[in-house]
Design a protein around this ligand. Structure first.
Ligand code: FE2
Length: 339
């Protein structure tokens, strides 16, 4: 294990280098922090270093905690609680997930053969999480990385090659259309049924939640019990604003994820992304450029059991590669604007 610099030590935790890491804005991305002694306890470190943690995340956008002895969901839960950041429920997202503790649930349970494209978590809802935690409980035999990238870099690169597409996204925003079954469909990457999407079995209750998010709906769209929803026009390019924030434009949308990935027995990705008042489909060539750029700038490290990845969801996009073997990655959402 190679420590980066002895003067960058935060108590008994210090930065290390890993091979799957890059520099962005002259800083390691992600920052990788590791214990300097066998008695280091991450939850205790979090409590002592809450201000440090916020500053480090602002600077680096992603932090990987590696080599700590966290082995189960409860240990992960304790680290999240120790961060002092406020949690949020998973309401309105598309993925099938299972709640494990009050703050921990499984990451997207879609089939292991499926790739999940780059996205900001829940960018299709008006108030997405500000931060995410991921925890590797079991690492797969092969693949299954959670690649990450800096969203502002996508904007810069895409602006240079597709300026019209970028201004359409920026000026008009984007709507997402999705058809759900009544119950979860684990064979689909977007298989969350409407009952678990809106955490109710009652249509009137679901309608209240949809209306509160500006979503329009049509029941029994393609069979009894199905539901087609179309979101309000949501901002697709955001500015990472606020005190101490980067001020950069971010590719804050699920355009690529929906266009390339929302395919199942009820949905076709190309019909899932709607631009402008006329709800036009996206330009396929622009999407292809976005995918290419994302693949060029992302980093993907191999998960190790006990790894915790802490992401700034306002500036970082993530994805999932297909995998072989028994993989269990847990997740937790944060909505906390204090940092
Ligand atoms: Fe995600």
């Amino acid at each position: 294990m190679e420590f980066v610099s002895s003067d960058e030590v935060y108590g008994d935790v210090s930065p290390i280098k890993i091979s799957d890491q890059r520099m962005y804005d002259q800083k390691p991305f992600p920052l990788v922090l590791s214990p300097t002694s066998t008695s280091s306890n991450l939850a205790e470190w979090m409590i002592r270093n809450r201000d440090n943690l916020r500053k480090l995340l602002l600077d680096h956008k992603a932090i990987l905690f590696r080599n700590f002895t966290i082995t189960d969901p409860q240990g992960f839960h304790e680290v999240i609680e120790a961060s002092g950041l406020e949690g949020m429920e998973y309401v309105g997202g598309a993925a099938v997930r299972t709640q494990i503790t009050s703050r921990v649930f499984t990451a997207n349970e879609s089939p292991s053969s499926e790739k999940i494209p780059f996205h900001h978590e829940m960018s299709q809802v008006p108030e997405p999480p500000t931060h995410l935690f991921f925890f590797c409980e079991r690492a797969p035999a092969d693949g299954g990385e959670t690649p990450i990238l800096v969203s502002a870099e996508v904007c810069d690169r895409l602006q240079a090659v597709r300026p019209e597409f970028m201004s359409a996204l920026e000026l008009q925003g984007v709507r997402y259309a999705r058809v759900m079954g009544e119950d979860d469909d684990p064979t689909s990457a977007i298989g969350r049924g409407w009952k678990s999407t809106y955490l109710t079995t009652d249509r009137v209750e679901a309608e209240k939640k949809m209306a509160s998010q500006g979503v329009s709906w049509e029941w029994d769209f393609c069979g009894e019990g199905t539901l087609r929803t179309v979101t309000a026009a949501l901002p697709a390019i955001r500015v990472d604003s606020g005190e101490g924030r980067t001020g950069a434009k971010t590719f804050f949308n699920s355009v690529v994820a929906a266009y390339t990935g929302w395919n199942d027995s009820r949905n076709t990705g190309e019909k899932a992304v709607l631009l402008g008042e006329d709800m036009c489909p996206c330009d396929a060539d622009a999407i292809a450029d976005a995918v290419r750029i994302m693949d060029e700038i992302c980093i993907a490290f191999k998960w190790q059991p006990g790894d915790i990845l802490f992401l700034d969801n306002r500036t970082v996009m993530h994805s999932r590669r297909p995998y072989v073997g028994d993989r269990r990655i847990l997740a937790s959402l944060v909505r906390d604007y204090s940092t």
